[in-house]
Design a protein around this ligand. Structure first.
Ligand code: GLP
Length: 243
């Protein structure tokens, strides 16, 4: 765990690691989170791309995607990643992976299995960016998700749907289901970089880092990983006993 002077500084540290990965690996694979938290990292990477850093060989896998949205819906994670990552970094669209948002029933279950296989076929994830939901969720692994869970179809918790309503046009329902990488899938990434900023994350950060490890707080499972770094700003760290 590491408390940065501020969120911009934490974003630069993570961007430095991603730059080293992109420069050093023959076939770098990065896992991407959505939400407001990683936007500073994506802005910093965009700045470096504009200054000449090439991301042409980078393969990406997003953590999760809603079900029941057209891929070009402005609140889909596909649209988010196009806007904040693919275009500004100049990624090769053939190397950009998200679970599909426009499948249903057995096809959604098959898509989840195929996503898991695609991550393995790419050689696994070198570095995976993560945020933490206010209820302790990781990607869309809501409370109750087990340590051995894999990429699958999940029901979203009411508090997650309420929090994410900000991304949807007024009056439009937030999807009830999603496909998410599982906890076991996430823990197989070679390095995890977890970001949490702001006083509204202080309680969940303390529960994840200092409370019991278990499905009540899925983010607590991160503590079992050999190369995990949790990057906080001072407000997000304020409920921790040990800093
Ligand atoms: C979303 C995502 C998570 C993300 C979380 C926190 O629902 N599925 O991967 O970490 O919410 O969002 P924010 O960064 O906006 O606080």
């Amino acid at each position: 765990m590491c408390v940065a002077p501020d969120a911009e500084c934490a974003a630069r540290w993570v961007a430095d690691e991603i730059e080293s990965l992109v420069r050093g690996a023959a076939a770098p694979v990065l896992g991407l989170a959505t939400g407001s938290t990683p936007l500073g990292v994506y802005r910093e990477l965009a700045r470096r791309a504009a200054a000449g850093l090439s991301f042409a060989r980078l393969t990406t896998f997003n953590l999760d995607e809603y079900l029941g949205l057209a891929p070009d819906h402005p609140a889909s994670f596909r649209a988010y990643v196009e806007r904040h990552v693919v275009q500004p970094l100049g990624l090769d669209p053939r190397r950009v992976h998200l679970p599909p948002s426009d499948v249903d029933g057995a096809r959604a279950d098959e898509a989840a299995l195929a996503y898991e296989r695609a991550i393995q076929a790419a050689g696994g994830i070198d570095l995976l960016l993560l945020g933490v939901g206010p209820n302790g969720h990781l990607a869309f692994n809501e409370p109750g998700s087990e340590r051995d869970s894999r990429t699958r179809v999940v029901e979203l918790a009411p508090e997650t749907r309420a929090a994410n309503a900000r991304d949807f046009p007024a009056g439009e329902e937030v999807p009830r289901r999603a496909i998410t990488m599982g906890i076991a899938t996430i823990l197989e990434a070679r390095a995890l970089r977890v970001l949490a900023f702001g006083a509204h994350k202080a309680d969940v950060v303390a529960r994840a880092l200092e409370g019991p490890v278990g499905p009540a707080v899925p983010a607590s499972f991160l503590r079992g990983h050999a190369d995990v770094r949790v990057l906080l700003d001072p407000p997000a760290a304020r409920a921790l006993t040990h800093r």
